[in-house]
Design a protein around this ligand. Structure first.
Ligand code: GLA
Length: 634
């Protein structure tokens, strides 16, 4: 993508919230800070279409010209993220309905049902106007469709959604009998005879939950029906602009998991993402690294851009801590080191009104004579001084970790062996263990093909609960043709409908390829920490199992399953496969991975709070202990 071939610096610009007199000053300050791109008009629908079918673009034309004169490029938004009040008043069916059947109110944002025909029609009309008007404007270099799809109302349970869900099911299943089989509807008399009998998985009587297969399909549908909205807008823009790239901003998995970004990424010209720190966590830069690495995986070789993050505090967490001096630079460069084509913020100027008025911005309430503005400007200058970075991708890691939204979705369901298991927590722990060791990790989807997996010396599979037979075969082929594999507990338990694979948990992969026969789950009480036979500590999970060809690395002891396999490995000729049948504590996970890495000769670089990453000839050394960053070129 030609337009991304530089480092972008800027943020969301919401001039409609300010008097015109501020606009000129904005441009001057943007120039001073080194801003070269702003996202414009994201929440402007009510200003652009004050009443149904009556548009007012005069103010936006003026802003576009001012930016253009000031040499600042525009990421033009489609303004569909928050429908105006006239719409929800005239067409209340636009408003989403929640799990309890309650229709949500106007007054926040994203108050629309993705399946609403009225919303779609009105959004399409607005996008048509915007695209036609600005497509040829020289300042417009990219398109920003909607905003953070699925952030606030990812699942809608209204009648429009139900009927769209049934249509989606009709396309997925050849017959209603196929659906009955996939969902296992002979359980609890759930069998469907007619499509019209199928409902969305709303709240059911106390102590019961909707069918697991139905829940999974509803989540898939919700991601797909929202993606349809994106595609609708994208295709309208493409009619008018065949040159500039189109994106929509994703979110990090800490805050949303409802959209399958691996699928979405195939539909955007470039991936863009937003990231906000979990502010209570002093080590939140590790989550930042994980999300940036995940975004690189979504982009899958295409370019990507950090579309939003904060210059300092947010205002929507329980306690909103400001960034410490220097923190923002190391946060931003950690994204750039991982492949972002720049650094963008929410937002340019801190709001005076509205619920985000205490959220930091590039220009704070206190103005330009501030630490935040100075640090922002320094970063802008630094990015400008290294234009060559954008020509290089982040170097490939030696280790890949499997990540998959459907695992997230199935693991959120009730009625699992223990409620203490958490897919995101286990993934984050495995990632963090590697991060602390200084071993870079790339992410791959669970449907990755063999050629993709073979690019890596080692593949990690934390809690990959569902695998199709084909996917299981791919991991088997990887492990038996030279790839080193680590399979975590509760993996390969079901196929993608949630139907359990019989004959030993973990299927053929665990039972025969690695060689551990798992009979029964023995989740541990929350307060229990078991010392394994090799001295490592395990929590949450044990299982009754025995060796079936593998070699014991650590067995459970002092437990109900003494002698069962906690960790085993098998030499598969030119590679090794491990099975980890428990949740290790962070320190133990680190020791386990350190041992594997040294056995396989996988080198660490950095570690202990210092990360070292390479983008071609550029070397980034980010020291999170001292807030210092060095960028050098070989
Ligand atoms: C999201 C949204 C922005 C803003 C920020 C605040 O990323 O896209 O509009 O609300 O959060 O953190």
């Amino acid at each position: 993508m030609l337009n991304l071939q530089k480092l972008h610096f800027g943020g969301d610009y919401n001039p409609e919230q300010w008097d015109k007199s501020v606009w000129k000053q904005d441009i001057e300050l943007m120039q001073k800070a080194g801003v070269n791109l702003v996202s414009l008009g994201i929440f402007s629908w009510a200003k652009l279409e004050p009443s149904e079918g009556k548009y007012d673009f005069a103010w936006l034309d003026e802003v576009v010209e001012l930016l253009h004169q000031g040499g600042i490029s525009i990421d033009m938004a489609t303004a569909t993220a928050s429908p105006p009040a006239w719409m929800t008043l005239a067409y209340p069916e636009v408003l989403p309905v929640n799990f309890d059947g309650v229709r949500l109110s106007h007054g926040g944002r994203q108050q629309y049902c993705a399946a609403s025909p009225v919303y779609r029609k009105k959004a399409a009309a607005l996008v048509e106007k915007i695209a036609k008007r600005y497509a040829k404007h020289p300042a417009v270099v990219m398109w920003h469709v909607n905003n953070e799809y699925g952030c606030h109302a990812p699942y809608c349970y209204c009648e429009n959604s139900r009927s769209a869900f049934v249509d989606w099911l009709k396309k997925k299943y050849d017959s209603i009998e196929d659906l009955n089989h996939a969902w296992g509807t002979d359980f609890w008399s759930q069998r469907y005879y007619k499509w019209k009998e199928i409902v969305v998985p709303k709240r059911t009587p106390d102590g019961t939950h909707p069918n697991p297969g139905q829940q999974l399909d509803f989540k898939r549908f919700s991601s797909d029906v929202t993606l349809e909205l994106y595609k609708m807008e994208r295709d309208i823009i493409k009619k008018y602009d065949k040159v500039n790239p189109i994106t929509t901003n994703f979110m990090s998995m800490k805050f949303t998991y409802a959209m399958d970004y691996f699928a979405w990424s195939k539909e955007v010209d470039f991936v863009s993402t937003d990231h906000y720190l979990a502010q209570h966590d002093p080590l939140n830069h590790i989550d930042l690294a994980q999300q940036a690495d995940l975004t690189r995986a979504f982009a899958n070789g295409k370019q990507w851009l950090l579309m939003e993050h904060s210059s300092s505090a947010v205002n929507w967490q329980p306690r909103n801590y400001a960034k410490t001096p220097g923190q923002e630079k190391r946060n931003s460069l950690s994204f750039v080191a991982r492949g972002s084509q720049g650094v963008m913020y929410f937002q340019w100027r801190q709001g005076q009104a509205g619920s985000e008025r205490f959220h930091s911005a590039m220009v704070p309430h206190a103005g330009e004579d501030t630490r935040v503005f100075r640090e922002i400007s320094e970063l802008g200058a630094m990015l400008k001084a290294h234009p060559g970075i954008s020509a290089h991708e982040t170097n490939r890691a030696k280790v890949a970790m499997v990540y998959d939204y459907e695992q997230f979705w199935v693991m959120m369901q009730a009625n699992m062996p223990t409620e203490d298991m958490s897919y995101p927590d286990t993934v984050a722990k495995w990632y963090r263990a590697m991060w602390e060791l200084g071993i870079q990790v790339d992410f791959v989807p669970a449907y990755a093909d063999l050629a993709t997996l073979k690019q890596y010396d080692m593949v990690l599979m934390p809690m990959v609960h569902m695998l199709t037979d084909k996917e299981e075969k791919t991991f088997t082929e990887y492990a038996t043709s030279g790839g080193n594999l680590v399979v975590g507990y509760y993996s390969n338990i079901s196929n993608r409908t949630g139907r359990v694979k019989l004959g030993g948990y973990g299927g053929n992969l665990v039972k025969n390829v690695i060689g551990v026969y798992v009979e029964e789950f023995y989740p541990l009480r929350p307060e229990t920490a078991l010392q394994l036979s090799n001295g490592l500590s395990a929590t949450l999970w044990s299982e009754l199992s025995r060796l079936n060809g593998a070699e014991m690395v650590a067995s459970f002891q002092g437990s109900d399953v003494d002698g069962s396999v906690a960790i085993a490995k098998r030499n598969l000729g030119s590679s090794t496969a491990w099975y980890q049948g428990t949740e290790l504590t962070l320190e133990s996970q680190k020791s386990f991975f350190a041992e594997i890495a040294s056995e396989l000769g996988i080198q660490a670089e950095g570690g202990n709070g210092v990360e070292v990453l390479h983008r071609g000839p550029y070397r980034f050394q980010i020291d999170h202990n001292t807030n210092s960053v060095e960028v050098s070129k070989s």
